[in-house]
Design a protein. Sequence first.
Length: 453
Amino acid sequence: MSRSILIKDGRIIDPRNGMDAVSDLLILEGKVAEVGKALAAPEGTLVLNARGLVVSPGFVDLHCHLREPGFEEKETIATGTLAAARGGFTTVCCMPNTQPAIDTRATVDFILAKARSEGAVRVLPVAAVTKGRTGGQLVEMGELAEAGAVGFSDDGDPVADPRLMRSALTYTRPLGLPVMDHCEDPSLSGGVMHEGKVSTRLGLRGIPAAAEESMVARDILLAELTGGSVHIAHISAAGSVELVRRAKAKGLPVTAEVTPHHLTLTHEWITGDGTTEAQQPAANTGYPYDTNTKVNPPLRESADVDVMVEALREGIIDAIATDHAPHTIVEKLCPYDEAAFGISVLETGLGSVLSLFHQGRIDLPTLVARLTVGPAGIIDHGGLGLGTLSVGAPGDVTVFDPDIEWVVDVERFSSKGRNSPLHGRRLKGGVVATVFNGSVVFEGSREAVTDGR
Ligand code: DOR
């Protein structure tokens, strides 16, 4: 049950409304009721003192893997949404590489019902582009949109056939929903890490940046041809960013997201070389290469990271999305070649991206915008009012301390996925409270801690 909540004296950053000021925020009956100085609250109101803290609209994650139905050993809607709440996310879009895939109304209904009964935060399903994600036949897009899908993706796999991608964009255009493509040309791919000097040194098969860039280029051409909206999932290469920049300059319906790991880590992390004190190579696994760095698209070069940080700042990249991809220990406790792709991100994402703020590379309002109004603008066409603290919007709020220091301990994750290359690393910045629909769904420590949060 939601009750009234007054969040007092916080630095309210609401980029949608151009607000950055110390103020109070009142939530009544699950919705934002008032923003202003020295607000009075009805009796029985829960008062949160946010002095010295940032008060943001609840974060919106366009891309996470909740694994349910079918892979409950990796994650469930219950554990994944709890992890989201701990990470400050009040809305998560879940990807359809489940078993069965999210390709029927029944599966969308199942996820929405499960999220309502067991979820800590809002779950918006992304439906598959093709039945069973096999790349063959398009799903019933209209029906899935009506059921509540907010986009379409065969994530984990690209929509490899250009003709099929053209059809998908033609069908999604009138629905006003994006095709969120995992851009990776399979004929150029097949490796386990970024193709470059590190893969050569280690003797591991590489995935060249061109595998991504060529499909980003194709998708942009098809967006132009059809007028359908293309959203580039987990962009990772400088060349892809340049293509998106040009597409936006032409006014094409193209958007992009980037993950916290692609903004902060490089391919050197695979052996631990890119890290400082706390990180030991393969600390979690005992194998010479840290399989927790194995992710698709792969961690690339510092030049790619620099281009993506700048593009995020400029708004060429619209959103930070976690690509939270939990796996079991068995799928990571193995040689690099054999390990599953994916990183558990929901609980570390904010701390990771705040490092960009602490390095002076991006300011806080911009960072907050890319976690709130940026992603909301891509999927919230139905007037849910996500990503803002406008009066009447859902009472979704993230209160965070940009300066709190803590050490990542995967054993303390709410997520079942313990697969983080950040285990043992010190992060600066963390969530103090998460409010969803007017209820406090997570309350963290305000004290600096050294052993997790
Ligand atoms: O690293 C990844 N893991 N990339 C993907 O595209 C899929 C994801 C997963 O589902 O594990």
